[in-house]
Write a protein that binds this ligand. Structure first.
Ligand code: UD1
Ligand code: CA
Length: 466
């Protein structure tokens, strides 16, 4: 069945006190509105119309998907007025589904249940029971003994009587109804209320006047219908969202040292028997193989990590989707305190130790850089040993240059490799060398001042204080 989704996102979001439009504030690293779009996109036959007003251009610029219709609401005269702007985009014989751009955790199952109602001509409303319903529209039902009589009205907080304010069932704002009904009923809604706004909630009375039924359903979790108006609410939803991801990972066989100290802002794929210690953050697309162990305080972005890799405490892995992912082979050991940047590729059994930075560097299998190094724009073969303090001098102030080190080379500590330069297989570089010329295979190269030992030299003596 064709579904026309209307996402309301024209409101100002004043209480965020932000230059950024509210619906662009990130949750789990993704704009609030993107969560809603991604969810409704999973509905079969969905076409999306988004109603924007405040900072419309800034919002549109973030969503370049051509399949989205943009409806502008220049003045925010209420939720019914917002929906009115979307009406020209509705198709005939479709169901219209109305959701909010600032309610990010609504779930597909909940929406599907509303859309796939047995009574397709009814108005289906998502409601929820709240311990503290303050601020929400209250669901007023016809009197019957069980308190589950049909919905007769939704009364906004500002228009409610003291008795109505006691009602704990609230309007979530999410509803579904035939598009044709929506088109003919919206113009009947008036603004004669305390706020002088066109309330979408008044559609209940209109539907009933036309002899249509009102059916309600509830979400599985209240987080689904929680909106973001303040930064506190955003922070609370962020924790709820992270808890969902943590639960899913644990269900998939990952051990989290503390699910409350885990964050994912993107898409994390995992093998079996992965262990993640405290305070780790995953960003972008990260894939962890089987048996990966990650120490505390690691940040890992856009990386493919092989099987049985150990990433020790305080390691930062910063792959980039545009500048190059980080790829790590099986059984590699990284850190503590290592930094792997974009375009780093480590073959199996490589070891990267503390205070080693790599960028656009390829290390062949079983090569090691165990301490204090910068390896940038480097192609390093297998079984190479990079001594402590080795630096690839890849930048001349204008251009970047390549360093090539062949299999089995041994680079002594504190070597500067002035690129472009190449070191042949099996070559040995004496510690403290500055290498500016190619070193042939199996040579020993020493590029440092000759040591002089001076006999009979006297240390300065301390002057007497006056
Ligand atoms: C609305 C409902 C209320 C419900 C609550 C759930 C109405 C009259 N009231 O109240 O019953 O309990 O949501 O959160 O519908 N928007 C526009 N244009 C406008 C006004 C609003 O696009 O002119 C958008 C906002 O950006 C927001 C959504 O509609 O995404 C809801 O607007 P908001 O002002 O938050 O409605 P509430 O007063 O909270
Ligand atoms: Ca609201």
């Amino acid at each position: 069945m064709a579904i026309d989704v209307i996402i309301l996102a024209a409101g100002q979001g004043t209480r965020m006190k932000s230059a950024l439009p509210k619906v662009l504030h990130p949750l789990g690293g993704k704009p609030l509105l993107a969560h809603v779009i991604d969810t409704v996109n999973h509905l079969d036959g969905a076409q999306i119309t988004i109603v924007v007003g405040h900072q419309a251009e800034a919002i549109k610029d973030n969503f370049t998907d051509n399949n989205i219709n943009w409806a502008e609401q220049t003045d925010q005269l209420g939720t019914a007025h917002a929906v009115a702007q979307a009406l020209p985009y509705l198709r005939n014989n479709s169901q219209a589904l109305i959701v909010y751009g600032d309610v990010p955790l609504i779930e597909l199952e909940t929406l599907t249940a509303l859309v796939d109602s047995v009574n397709e001509s009814a108005l289906r409303l998502l409601t929820a029971q709240l311990a503290n319903p303050t601020g929400y529209g209250r669901i007023v039902r016809a009197d019957n003994d069980d308190g589950d009589g049909e919905v007769v009205a939704i009364v906004e907080q500002k228009d409610a009587t003291p008795e109505q304010l006691e009602i704990s069932e609230i309007n979530t704002g999410v509803m579904c109804l035939p598009s044709e009904s929506l088109k003919s009923w919206i113009p009947e809604i008036k603004s004669d209320n305390v706020q002088k706004e066109y309330y979408l909630t008044d559609i209940i009375a209109v539907a009933k006047a036309h002899g249509h039924r009102i059916i309600t359903s509830q979400p599985r979790s209240l987080n689904e219908v929680e909106g973001v108006n303040t930064r506190l609410q955003l922070a609370k939803l962020e924790r709820a969202y992270q808890a969902q991801i943590a639960n899913r990972l644990m269900d998939a066989g990952v051990s989290l040292a503390d699910p409350q100290r885990f964050d994912c802002r993107g898409d994390l794929k995992v093998g079996t028997d992965v262990f993640i210690d405290l305070n780790c953050l995953f960003e972008g697309n990260v894939c962890l193989g089987n048996g990966v162990r990650i120490g505390p305080n690691c940040v890992i972005a856009n990386a493919n990590i092989g099987n049985d890799v150990a990433i020790k405490a305080n390691t930062v892995i910063e792959g980039s989707t545009s500048k190059g992912l980080v790829t790590v082979g099986d059984r590699v050991q990284i850190g503590p305190f290592a930094r792997l940047r974009e375009g780093t590729t480590l073959a199996e059994d490589v070891r990267i130790g503390n205070f080693v930075e790599t960028k656009k560097a390829l290390l062949g299998s079983a090569s090691k850089a165990n301490h204090l190094s910068y390896l940038g724009d480097a192609q390093i073969g297998e079984g190479v040993n990079i001594g402590a303090g080795t630096i690839t001098c890849n930048y001349d102030g204008v251009n970047k240059h390549q360093t090539k080190i062949d299999d089995g080379a041994f680079i002594g500590s504190n070597t500067s490799l002035v690129a472009p330069v190449s070191i042949g297989g099996g070559a040995t570089i004496g510690a403290g060398s500055t290498i500016c010329k190619a070193v042939p295979a199996d040579n020993l190269s020493v590029g440092r001042g000759i040591q002089r030992n001076i006999k009979g030299w006297a240390r300065p003596v301390k002057k007497k204080q006056d």
